[in-house]
Design a protein around this ligand. Structure first.
Ligand code: C2E
Ligand code: MG
Ligand code: MG
Ligand code: MG
Length: 280
């Protein structure tokens, strides 16, 4: 009896596992060719000052439309890219592409804009500093126009490496942001030692900021801490007016979220910039 039960389990689970494995394998194979096949592209989400709702810059967000698998979210494919050692190459492509786009906007006269690029922890070694230097040089951008975002949890995975690379990146003059702040358990003493410019409050805290007292308390504390450390503070995932009002009261510096704009293709962002310039 046990044998037949085991066999039932076997038959029940195997097809499902097969499916999971094969999607993973398809993603792996697809990622290796995604750049050459022009399947990757960037979308850009504006960041706004909380007071005047002025666009300060854009965050570049990676998208992949695979011929075989359709659109796949970064939440699904970035961990795979990290696992198979492709994130360095893809990250390099993202950095160059984002710098080229910002350069185009600067040439249109929007010279105050900056661009934020997300980094994987895996990129915090190798030749990141020279890769960044070359990307800026090719796009003819000042280092101050580039901000690199790295999540708090990936920094805390290897704080020693992070401090070393961050320090080198800072000497180039670029800005550094800690992404998804509040979810990664960094100690205050570390925060003081990292040469970062910006904290981005994780959208998890923003989501219920108007209904959950604990979340409102956390954002108040993060904003106060950022101010006392003289860091810029950005709230991500702002979706409604109530959230915006609370963050305004709390004197958050910048906001990003669907209330203002979802991530968009570069041409649509140019339209946004034109409309904003026309409104002044
Ligand atoms: P992230 O850097 O924290 O980016 C914010 C995510 O929140 C984006 O998801 C964005 O589309 C989404 N978002 C923006 N506004 C709102 C809002 O009002 N409400 C909600 N619910 N969501 C909002 P996306 O584009 O799917 O990216 C997910 C994550 O994937 C990013 O989180 C980042 O960690 C990673 N990622 C994206 N592009 C890259 C990249 O080029 N390189 C690396 N290493 N990671 C990337
Ligand atoms: Mg980010
Ligand atoms: Mg984030
Ligand atoms: Mg995130």
């Amino acid at each position: 009896h046990a044998k037949s039960q085991g066999r039932n389990n076997y038959q029940f689970y195997l097809p499902e596992m097969n499916e999971v494995v094969s999607r993973h394998v398809q993603i792996e194979a697809g990622l290796k060719q995604a750049i050459e096949r022009n399947e990757l592209y960037l979308v850009y989400q504006p960041k706004y000052t909380i007071r005047e709702h002025k666009i300060t810059g854009f965050e570049a967000l990676l998208r992949w439309h695979s011929t075989e698998l359709g659109s796949i979210t970064p939440m699904e494919f970035i961990p795979v890219a990290e696992e198979i050692g492709m994130i360095e190459k893809i990250g390099h492509w993202v950095l160059n592409q984002a710098c080229q786009q910002l350069s185009a906007w600067h040439q249109m006269g929007y010279t105050e804009l900056n661009i934020a690029v997300n980094l994987s922890a895996k990129q915090l070694k190798t030749d990141l500093v020279s890769i960044v230097e070359v990307a800026l040089g090719v796009a003819n951008l000042p280092a101050s126009a580039l901000e690199l975002e790295i999540t708090e949890s990936s920094i805390m995975n290897n704080p020693a490496d992070a401090i070393t690379i961050f320090t080198q990146l800072k000497t180039l003059g670029i800005a550094l942001a800690i992404d998804d702040f509040g979810t990664g358990y960094s100690s205050l003493s570390y925060l003081k030692r990292f040469p970062v410019d910006t904290l981005k409050i994780d959208k998890e805290f923003i989501h219920d900021i108007d209904s959950q007292q604990a979340d409102a308390t956390i954002t108040t504390a993060i904003i106060a801490m950022a101010k006392s450390l003289q860091l810029e503070v950005v709230a991500e995932g702002v979706e409604n007016q109530q959230q915006l009002e609370l963050l305004t009261l709390q004197e958050c510096d910048q906001v990003q979220g669907f209330l203002f704009s979802k991530p968009r293709k570069a041409t649509e962002c140019t339209e946004l910039l034109r409309a904003a310039a026309g409104a002044i």
